[in-house]
Design a protein around this ligand. Sequence first.
Ligand code: SF4
Ligand SMILES: [Zn+2]
Ligand SMILES: [Zn+2]
Length: 304
Amino acid sequence: MICDRCENPAVYTRKYSGQKLCSECFSNSIVRKTAKTISKYNMIQHNELVAVAVSGGKDSLALLKIIHEMATTHNFRIKVITIDEGIPGYRNEALEIVKKFCGELNVEYKIYSYKDLFELTLDDALELRENEKTSSCSICGTLRRRAIDFAAKDIGADVIATGHNLDDTLQTFVINMLSGDTNKIGWMDPDTSTNTLRKIKPFSEIYESEIVFYAFTNNIPFQSEPCPHMNEGIRTEIREFLNSLESQHSGIKNNLYRSISKVSQIMKNSNYKQKTTCKKCGNECTGNVCSVCNMILKLKENQT
Ligand code: SF4
Ligand SMILES: [Zn+2]
Ligand SMILES: [Zn+2]
């Protein structure tokens, strides 16, 4: 089997398009797709400082590699921020990988811990929650959003880049639909605001499986140990459901992504007037106090 773009042996078949690629052409296709997504949504402007949020997983390390290469030929700078949730036995491996990888690329990086920012680790927060209905990942994700915002402001960044891929977007959409939270759907649209810290997802149009293959073919060392809380929420079930649909109907994830983009654009426009700023932190939200501040307040109440 020969690559569709050169004479080398093909190692990857893109099932939804039928394209066969060698490892070099495959990697180039991922880099090109990332660059295309960045320019399509004007994600990065000249002279901006991009805070790349790197967890030590395959997505964020692959993003760091690609965006680091781009920064050398385009007019923007990058720094890495890493969040330490305080999950015993899990985060340490990732922190080591991030440190080593940033050293190889000669990129500045800084670690911010939940403990320093909120005076509690994720494990402390889980102890303090009222009941187990609030999943570990929803608490962790809420705290992480705030931690990343803080870290990006702290290093003076203009943009926050995360490694969220197409599968993450689909899963989040389904979770929001299943929880009845239609407001959040409007917030899924690519962030094109110019006045605040922009949050960008350069991998948002790339399948998770292709990021895995990219990380594998580029020898990117990523964390092997899964988070102990990974399978507690509904996300894993939705991931498996969407993967089984894709295996029977190649390209169905791309179709769903396109539908979500259209729906979220409509929701964003129709919800536009409802947006206010949080009385506590000044971030955009839909009520008086944002969900992050609300959660932190509740946890602190239970602490005393
Ligand atoms: S799997 Fe859940 S608990 Fe673990 S790091 Fe990710 S969001 Fe946090
Ligand atoms: Zn090739
Ligand atoms: Zn707030």
